[in-house]
Design a protein around this ligand. Structure first.
Ligand code: GLY
Length: 338
């Protein structure tokens, strides 16, 4: 088993390739609510519940997908905690992908001004990105992650065997985030295939994220790097309702073009970047969808991005693979560079 200690204000461990014995010990004598969604529940809920035999475990199943990351689901989970008389000593276990993890974190951070929550990610995207770092949120008024908190989990338990049942779409979405990290870290993923994702890969990406989050827990500067491809990616996601990581990948594709214009990158550098963004053939596969979003549609969404400040926005641009920079640019210039 691999272990990483995240030294944020509240320190915690990320266990990779683990059984869940440590969590069982943590939960002894407490009440726990395992929250999962309608996709994960039939596959894993009974099994995971069985692991905590002897603990006071209840379960809550929420709708699957981004459209359920909303105020109604948030209050439904709060209501379950109230009905079960949860106290400050009790805990939530988030069994699922990014939506389950983000919403459970938000509930945990606000119920009684903060109770423990454990992340048990089941998708590639949540294993390599969203389960670590303490960003919690719900979508509100049509804006993704508009309402949320920074609230670190008590521990993260990553078991890659969950990936075996992931459908191709979800896996592609996770690969989008893996490719994002390859652009940021400059690590070689040329031997990576959809079938050989292992603990070592996840360890190296989470370790990179750990270092960034430790330097900038509350996302005031350096952590913006992790938003590579996200400004334009979120715009595609809002318009086309495609999986997050796939849209991030398309966002990075635009960032390469913008970076070429902004920094005057050589054709050789751009072609290396394009090869990386096109690895796994994901963009090709979704190209007919992306064509449906016009530049005007995209720009209209970018203008209301919550990262925009006044008429400016922080964009993560690429000088090279492994060399990303945060640039403050006006929305007007971004519109022209699109
Ligand atoms: N997913 C980006 C971050 O955690 O900052």
């Amino acid at each position: 088993m691999l272990r990483l200690n995240v030294k944020t204000q509240n320190k915690y461990d990320v266990y990779i390739g683990c059984d869940f014995d440590g969590l069982k010990i943590d939960l002894l004598g407490k009440k726990a609510l395992i929250v999962t969604d309608t996709n994960v529940a039939p596959l894993y809920l009974q099994k995971v519940q069985g692991l905590f035999f002897g603990c006071f475990v209840s379960t809550k199943i929420i709708g699957a997908g981004e459209s359920f990351k909303n105020f109604q689901t948030y209050t439904d989970i709060l209501k379950s905690l109230c009905d079960l008389n949860f106290t400050k000593n009790d805990a939530i276990v988030a069994l699922g992908g990014g939506v389950v993890g983000d919403i459970c974190g938000f509930v945990a951070s606000t119920y009684m001004r903060g109770i423990c929550y454990y992340q048990m990610p089941t998708t590639l995207l949540s294993m390599v990105d969203s389960s670590v770092g303490g960003k919690t949120a719900i979508d509100f008024c049509g804006v993704k992650n508009l309402v949320g908190t920074f609230y670190q989990p008590t521990a993260v338990y990553i078991n890659v065997s969950f990936l075996k049942t992931l459908d191709k779409l979800q896996l592609s979405s996770g690969i989008g985030e893996v490719v994002k990290y390859a652009f940021l870290m400059g690590n070689d993923i040329s031997n990576l295939t959809l079938d050989n994702i292992d603990e070592n890969l996840i360890y190296s990406l989470v370790n990179y994220k750990r270092q960034i989050v430790e330097c900038d827990e509350h996302d005031n500067g350096l952590r913006h790097l992790l938003n590579l491809g996200h400004t334009i990616g979120h715009a595609y996601e809002a318009i086309l309702n495609l999986p997050h990581g796939v849209c991030v990948l398309k966002g990075i594709d635009h960032v390469i073009d913008i970076s070429q214009k902004f920094y005057g990158l050589s054709d050789l550098t751009v072609s290396k970047m394009k090869n990386l963004v096109n690895s796994f053939g994901i963009l090709n596969q979704f190209n007919h969808h992306f064509l449906k979003a016009s530049k005007t549609d995209l720009f209209d969404k970018i203008k209301v991005d919550k990262k925009a400040q006044g008429d400016k926005i922080d964009m993560v641009l690429l000088c090279d693979i492994g060399n990303a920079k945060i640039e403050k640019i006006t929305l007007k210039s971004l519109g022209e560079l699109l």
